[in-house]
Ligand binder design. Structure first.
Ligand code: AMP
Ligand code: GLY
Length: 430
């Protein structure tokens, strides 16, 4: 089979790594890819938003399956454009991608189909939003309806702060068109985890759980980022909780989407708040997480290509019970450019990655990397490397990951030193 993978992050490097290992993978292309992906795929200079060019390339190369990493092109209709040319694609069409693309759409679906989530209101008008905020008994969270690169969520400690956030979003000042509508919801107090499942329009294939670290600094301090590290499985997960997540949230969503005339194909990434042992949906993403995908791919036992193709072709039922995960924990430490998530330098040299091969069960996935004209590996993005390790315990996975991190020579980079801390505390207490 010939595969085209769309994206250029650490998530896509881990997907490329797993796809390339499939015996049915005869050619793997990645658009646009990065310096790490070059080691397992042929990188093609087409941007993720260039829908016509991506479809043209897939036709020209007779691609059998397109796997889409990020949400942007899905919301913009890449899957629709590929299907119109009879090309199999793993990822939802634009209508189904609204689960991530519009927070209001997701909330209305939950309300209609009784899927547990925070109470909410949708507003385009500041006066109505202010009235709603003032009527709420507790604190609220204000969200831009559309895609805002993970930044469109403001957790407010007072009504004044909430009204100000709504005003800045609705005026277009904060997030442009993405904030023209806002969702205001009840603040949920609990512990978070992420759960992933595949869907092919009708059948679901539960995958596994992971835990992200969104804040930039140790101890979960500082501004939100795309994710500074992750581990899988999440320490909060239990068989009982997984059953609840599948039966109360994932399955009803897939049924609801089909009933609404927009069957969902792809990965459902559920961001969940566990409140008194009960899962509540915070948000849906319609793709794998970055960096959550990196530890998940290290735990996956089985053929990713077979799994994603079955998803794209509506055959997930055939895989029921066949996808298994290592019992080990995988943990990914993100190395980012100093200054991220604010401004940062680019084209800074990175050396000694080859030394990390000495550390057992470690894989370094690349995100914002490239080779310069002299062949030197350099950083070209905010999040640059995802150093990922397997361990029998989370402590072992963490020790291996940081051992590899400390071998990498990149003076302009930094990372959190406490990835996995909640799970480590739980492991110690057990
Ligand atoms: P999102 O972009 O929707 O994932 O939101 C970013 C983060 O905001 C989540 O990971 C949660 O930590 C937090 N969050 C979002 N909605 C709520 C809510 N209703 N209650 C508490 N925390 C929330
Ligand atoms: N790591 C968070 C995300 O992928 O959305």
């Amino acid at each position: 089979m010939k595969i085209l993978l769309v994206g250029s992050g650490g998530r896509e490097h881990s997907l490329a790594w797993a796809l390339a290992a499939s015996e049915n993978c005869n050619a793997l292309y990645c658009a646009p890819g990065n310096a790490g992906i070059e080691s397992c795929a042929e990188c093609v200079d087409i941007g993720v938003e260039e829908i016509d060019a991506l479809v043209g390339f897939a036709k020209e190369k007779s691609i059998d399956l397109v796997v889409v990493g990020p949400e942007g092109p899905l919301v913009a209709g890449l899957a629709d454009a590929l299907k119109a040319e009879n090309i199999d694609v793993f990822g939802p069409d634009a209508k189904a991608a609204q689960l991530e693309g519009s927070k209001g759409f997701m909330k209305d679906l939950c309300a209609k189909y009784d899927i547990p989530t925070a109470a909410y209101g949708r507003f385009t008008d500041l006066e109505a939003a202010t009235k709603f905020i003032n009527e709420q008994p507790g604190n609220v969270v204000v969200k831009a309806d559309g895609l805002a690169a993970g930044k469109g969520v403001i957790i407010c400690d007072s009504k004044e702060e909430a009204i100000k956030a709504a005003e800045e979003m609705l005026s277009g000042e904060a997030f442009g068109a993405a904030g023209a509508e806002v969702v205001i919801e009840e603040f949920m107090d609990g512990e978070e985890l992420s759960y992933f499942a595949l869907a092919d329009g009708k059948t679901i294939l539960p995958l596994t759980s992971a835990q992200d670290h969104k804040r930039v600094f140790d101890g979960d301090a500082g501004p939100n980022t795309g994710g500074m590290g992750a581990y899988s499985p999440a320490h909060l997960m239990s068989a009982e909780l997984e059953e609840k997540i599948i039966h109360r949230i994932i399955e009803p969503t897939v049924k609801a989407m089909a009933a609404e005339g927009c069957p969902f194909t792809g990965v459902l990434y559920a961001g969940l708040m566990i409140v008194d042992g009960e899962p509540k949906l915070i948000e849906y993403n319609v793709r794998f997480g970055d960096p959550e995908c990196q530890p998940m791919m290290m735990r996956l036992q089985g053929d990713l290509l077979e799994i994603l193709q079955a998803g794209a072709q509506g055959r997930l039922e055939e895989l029921s019970g066949k996808v298994t995960w290592s019992e080990k924990t995988a943990l990914c430490v993100v190395m980012a450019a100093k200054g991220y998530p604010g401004s940062y330098a680019k084209n800074t040299p990175i050396n000694n990655l080859d030394l990390t091969m000495e550390v057992k069960d470690v894989t370094v996935f690349h995100a914002g990397t490239a080779h310069d004209e002299n062949g030197q590996l350099v950083s070209v993005g905010g999040r640059v490397l995802g150093v990922t390790a397997l361990g029998v315990t989370i402590a072992e996975a963490q020790r291996r990951a940081y051992m590899a991190v400390d071998m990498i020579d990149w003076s302009e980079g930094f990372c959190r030193r406490d990835i996995g801390w909640r799970a480590l505390e739980a492991e110690k207490a057990a």
